[in-house]
Design a protein around this ligand. Structure first.
Ligand SMILES: Nc1ncnc2c1ncn2[C@@H]1O[C@H](COP(=O)(O)OP(=O)(O)OP(=O)(O)O)[C@@H](O)[C@H]1O
Length: 297
């Protein structure tokens, strides 16, 4: 049974329709990604699911309850894009303050240790690096011991190492049984972390699948590159039904096609005793799938 169900969500700000029609269901224990370009409606969707905004249309249930049900306050942890703390508050004070909001909070000292903040307890928020601030905001989202964590643009502004560390952290949180909704516009993040991804554009879900499923569905086309041992006549390859084009880049040949392209190409080459040196198969990735879906980077 899904832990979050969103059906035909609609939300507008004045004349601006931020979310036109969004539906999805999040299963228990998964990392569910909401991916889309700037202004697509991701944050608004996450805020409606978190109960921070009221939808104008559609229905949302979280653990079987409406998003603003007070019982959800300790079951759902939210880390939002704009959750800036005051610069002067220390890490310890922030953790203690947030713990006080919950009847049976997680042990904040243990959480701080897990998140690598235990040597920073007396540091002021304003002096923390971007990565540490992010860790603290994740800690604050988890302090109530939630069953669901909603994390928005978790790694924006982090350097590549801090981003990778944060990904490891999210995986370890998931391993404790917490369901995670991750709002992101980073393809690499979605591919690496998410079990399933809803791609949102102009306030609508344009695709919903695993990252690999999205790539496969949209990128039936494959490319193989190699350097033939002797010059190659294009018609030999084009005779195979799998091959749609043959391109030349100096000594390199690039074959474009569909289906079992590799087998088709290698059997043509074998039949003519041609050796394919430096053979490479170019795989499509989520970036390409995304550009195809939303028509822009
Ligand atoms: N409080 C608000 N008042 C008016 N318009 C808003 C408000 N918040 C968002 N919008 C508009 O609603 C649309 C969707 O915004 P939203 O922040 O949900 O998108 P997003 O996909 O999260 O984008 P980003 O990645 O840039 O945060 C945008 O056109 C945005 O300008």
């Amino acid at each position: 049974m899904p832990v979050i169900e969103v059906k035909n969500l609609r939300k507008q700000y004045g004349e601006t329709v931020a979310v036109r029609d969004v539906s999805f269901a999040v299963e228990s224990g998964e990392i569910f990604g909401i991916l889309g370009p700037n202004g697509a409606g991701k944050t608004t969707t996450a805020e409606c699911v978190s109960g921070l905004r009221t939808a104008d249309g559609g229905t949302i249930t979280v653990l079987g309850r409406p998003p603003r049900d007070p019982a959800l306050r300790r079951l759902v942890g939210v880390q939002l894009q704009e959750s800036q703390l005051q610069d002067k508050i220390t890490v310890r004070e922030a953790l203690e303050l947030y713990s006080a909001f919950y009847p049976s909070p997680a042990d904040w000292r243990q959480l701080a240790a897990t998140l690598g903040l235990d040597d920073q307890l007396n540091a002021r928020y304003g002096k923390l690096s971007g990565g540490r601030k992010q860790r603290l905001s994740i800690a604050l989202a988890l302090i109530g011991g939630p069953r669901i964590a909603i994390l928005d643009e978790l790694t924006t502004g982090l350097d590549p190492q801090a981003r990778r560390d944060t990904w490891d952290l999210i995986e370890s949180i998931r391993d404790t049984g917490v369901t995670i909704v991750l709002v992101t516009h980073f393809m690499e993040e979605a591919s690496r972390l998410c079990d399933r991804v809803a791609v949102i554009d102009h306030g609508e879900v344009v695709a919903l699948d695993s990252p690999a499923g999205l790539v496969n569905a949209l990128s039936a086309e494959q490319r193989i590159r190699f350097r033939p041992s002797v010059p190659l006549d294009d018609p030999l390859l084009l005779a195979a039904p799998e091959v749609t084009a043959v391109l030349h880049h100096g000594p390199q040949v690039e074959v474009v096609g569909t289906g079992n392209l590799l087998q088709a190409v290698t059997s043509v080459l074998a039949a003519h005793q041609i050796i394919a040196n430096d053979l490479r198969i170019e795989q499509a990735n989520l970036d390409e799938a995304f550009v195809r879906l939303v028509g822009r980077d």
